[in-house]
Design a protein around this ligand. Structure first.
Ligand SMILES: NC(=O)c1ccc[n+]([C@@H]2O[C@H](COP(=O)([O-])OP(=O)(O)OC[C@H]3O[C@@H](n4cnc5c(N)ncnc54)[C@H](O)[C@@H]3O)[C@@H](O)[C@H]2O)c1
Length: 272
């Protein structure tokens, strides 16, 4: 997708962190925005800030309270987008939460909560928007937010890792299916590593079990990439139609090492 001005971007988890930075980036390009987040999030104040900051760029902003774990909410989000703007061009399935703890200690309700938002939220977003986008036939793009933990798992991250591996798999299938359908719609799977946001606080506040969460910090603070930097990378990836987007390219070493382990521990049998 090369043209952004006057096109329509939908962002879930738009009130905070990476989602809000994506909205700012798209608004700066003169896009219309549909901002979706939970009813108890600061969605309205985020939209007010966006309108004040980018009124000169010409885009309009619609807010839609949405729980991405609920199909009816996401279907209503797609309907509101169509009613207001005629449909979406960019859909960022970005809303996400995190819990920490060993697989056997995390409560079942927390497991369901994480998978419901992080994986089902992305599936709902694709099912709600893709048919109409394909039928309309205009250039478009899906951006699905996974994580480097969706490429190489970490201890104490079982539910998060399971959900994000799922997002990577669904995104790879989506790319192939859109190509086979001949649709001019690209896909980017965004795999951030360390981005300073409110994810820990937002997740702790809403986690159904209310269990105390580990204070364990992953990654190296010095390697943090700020959310606006991530949003700039996403815009480039859409423009260049790039599927894989790792915010920390140095993570490639861990990926090579995982792949090497898989391949080398399964040597090819001698051929007859
Ligand atoms: N921050 C990082 O270091 C990092 C690393 C890897 C992946 N990610 C991913 O990036 C995405 C954005 O996270 P962030 O770091 O900006 O966190 P954040 O908490 O600042 O923003 C996430 C937003 O999602 C919203 N949200 C949560 N549950 C929702 C639901 N059910 N329906 C709709 N909205 C919901 C929250 O209200 C919040 O506004 C997530 O998918 C996260 O897993 C973040």
């Amino acid at each position: 997708m090369k043209e952004f001005r006057g096109r329509v971007a939908v962002v879930t988890g738009a009130a905070s962190g990476i989602g809000f930075a994506l909205c700012q980036r798209f608004a700066a390009e003169g896009m219309h925005l549909v901002m979706a987040d939970l009813p108890d999030s600061p969605l309205d104040s985020a939209a007010t800030k966006l309108r004040a900051e980018f009124s000169a760029a010409g885009g309009e902003v619609l807010t839609q309270p949405t729980d991405v774990a609920r199909w009816d909410d996401v279907a209503a989000l797609a309907a509101a987008t169509k009613a207001k703007f005629g449909g979406a061009h960019i859909v960022c399935n970005n809303a996400g939460v995190r819990t920490m703890g060993s697989i056997w200690n995390v409560s079942l309700e927390d497991w369901h909560w994480v998978i419901g938002i992080n994986l089902w939220g992305v599936i709902h977003g694709i099912k709600a928007f893709a048919p109409e986008m394909i039928a309309r036939g205009e250039p478009g793009h899906f951006v699905n937010t996974a994580s480097t933990v969706g490429l190489v798992a970490m201890p104490d991250n079982g539910p998060y890792s399971a959900s994000k591996f799922g997002v990577v798999g669904v995104s790879e299938s989506l790319l192939d299916e859109l190509r086979l359908a001949g649709a001019p719609i690209g896909v980017t799977v965004l795999c951030p590593n360390r981005v300073p946001t409110q994810i820990r606080q937002n997740s702790n506040r809403r986690r159904p079990s209310g269990e105390p969460v580990s204070t364990h910090q992953s990654g190296d603070a010095a390697r943090a990439v700020q959310a606006p930097g991530v949003a700039a990378m996403v815009l480039d990836a859409i423009r260049l139609d790039r599927f894989w987007l790792l915010t920390h390219p140095e993570f490639g070493d861990e990926l090579y090492s995982r792949t090497r382990n898989i391949v080398e521990s399964n040597p090819a049998p001698p051929r007859a």
